[in-house]
Design a protein around this ligand. Structure first.
Ligand SMILES: NC(=O)c1ccc[n+]([C@@H]2O[C@H](COP(=O)([O-])OP(=O)(O)OC[C@H]3O[C@@H](n4cnc5c(N)ncnc54)[C@H](O)[C@@H]3O)[C@@H](O)[C@H]2O)c1
Ligand SMILES: O=C(O)C(=O)C[C@@H](O)[C@H](O)[C@H](O)COP(=O)(O)O
Ligand SMILES: [Zn+2]
Length: 339
């Protein structure tokens, strides 16, 4: 089975190319209320043709579901239905459902098969590949998690037809991130896009370029000790404000994080490249939560902290990311000088 399958008929691919090839007797579909209302019934109907026992759970929309409480609820439902180690969990949804379902699948009976059906742009360009799973802890992002690859990820870009413009733009920020890291034609493409309609027109090319770049980086550093840190561009400051600022979505926070760090540590051309791509689509460049006490506290839980230093992802030149290691005290002073 391929690790990533591109399709314009996700149900057919899921049924014929994935589940039918699988020993699983039971399949658990995890989704959220919004995606569930749109796609759960038809997904269940398709899977029922495979003669497997189908179970479902619908959790509330949003980051709040990436919690220990929801994790326990799903694990309990799997145990109640006697899922065994040969059974499978399908995440049908955005990055929240992927991160949450992946964490459950990686820990339930020490690991059951996990299938990603990403429905948001963020999930199709980034979160559904690479195997990072995550839960939040209070106001701190992704503090709990595992590295656990899905058996397969089924990408159907037609899901984006029902996605809100704000969610499309949020996912597009991760695409901008990938394009600036990758450089070349990919960066040139994101420089031409200034409307949601253009994102949708180029959706298949944007998804493919993002996934190709990400899988190449992850293949060389699955556990995030080296080049995979590049994929965290914008996330050090982004994660520190994301949960503190109730008005921000993940991608919006990452955009702010890329621009704010660029202003501190990157050449003027890079600042302009980020600013132009974000402002063309009305995406934010700053947040009032930058520089708050919670913000500095959250920074200390960034996974790129090692003892008293932090690895910052910088971009001296488009297509050539680098790591700049800095004492945390120096980084805090630098941030305070700007806020
Ligand atoms: N594991 C990783 O590598 C990775 C990478 C990037 C982001 N993430 C995580 O992903 C999350 C953000 O992902 P997200 O933006 O997809 O959030 P999300 O899962 O909350 O989805 C955003 C919204 O879009 C809705 N939605 C999704 N697909 C839809 C569709 N086809 N039609 C209509 N509505 C749809 C959802 O119901 C939700 O309301 C964050 O928790 C972030 O930390 C993880
Ligand atoms: O896959 C990766 O590696 C990434 O960093 C992708 C990010 O877009 C994603 O938000 C990831 O979940 C961040 O991970 P974390 O290690 O900072 O929690
Ligand atoms: Zn991200």
């Amino acid at each position: 089975m391929e690790a990533v399958m591109y399709t314009h008929d996700y149900r057919q691919t899921l049924v014929t190319d994935v589940i039918a090839q699988f020993p699983a007797q039971r399949v658990f579909i995890l989704t959220d209320t919004q995606v569930g209302a749109l796609y759960l019934k038809q997904t269940v109907a398709a899977l029922e043709t495979t003669d497997r026992e189908i179970h479902t759970m619908t959790v509330p929309v949003g980051e709040g579901s990436k919690s220990l409480a929801t994790y326990e609820q799903i694990s309990q439902a799997l145990a109640d239905a006697h899922f065994d180690r040969h059974d499978a969990l399908v995440s049908l949804g955005g990055g929240v459902i992927g991160d949450l379902g992946g964490y459950v699948a990686s820990t339930y009976k020490r690991g059951i098969a996990f299938i990603q059906v990403p429905t948001s742009f963020t999930a199709q360009v980034d979160s559904s590949v690479g195997g990072k799973t995550a839960l939040n802890l209070g106001s701190q992002k992704n503090v709990i998690g595992t590295f656990y690859q899905p058996v397969t990820t089924i990408i159907d870009s037609q899901f984006l037809d029902t996605l809100s413009t704000r969610n499309l733009l949020e996912g597009y920020v991760e695409t901008i991130k990938m394009s600036l890291l990758a450089g070349g034609d990919f960066a040139a493409l994101t420089a031409t896009i200034s409307t949601p309609g253009e994102i949708l027109d180029h959706r298949d090319a944007l998804i493919k370029a993002s996934i190709d770049y990400k899988t190449h980086i992850v293949a060389g550093d699955f556990k995030d000790f080296g080049q995979r840190k590049f994929l965290n561009f914008g996330h050090t400051l982004g994660h520190a404000i994301e949960l503190a600022d109730p008005d921000l979505m993940h991608g919006e926070a990452v955009g702010i994080g890329m621009f704010q760090l660029a202003q501190l540590l990157m050449p003027i051309e890079i600042q302009a490249a980020i600013r132009e791509r974000l402002t063309a689509l009305g995406l934010p460049l700053s947040s009032q939560y930058l520089g708050t006490v919670a913000f500095y506290d959250n920074l200390l839980n960034d996974k790129k902290v090692a003892g008293s230093t932090i690895d910052l992802v910088v971009l001296p030149v488009i297509g050539q990311p680098a790591i700049q290691t800095m004492p945390l005290t120096e980084f805090k002073t630098l941030l305070q000088s700007a806020n």
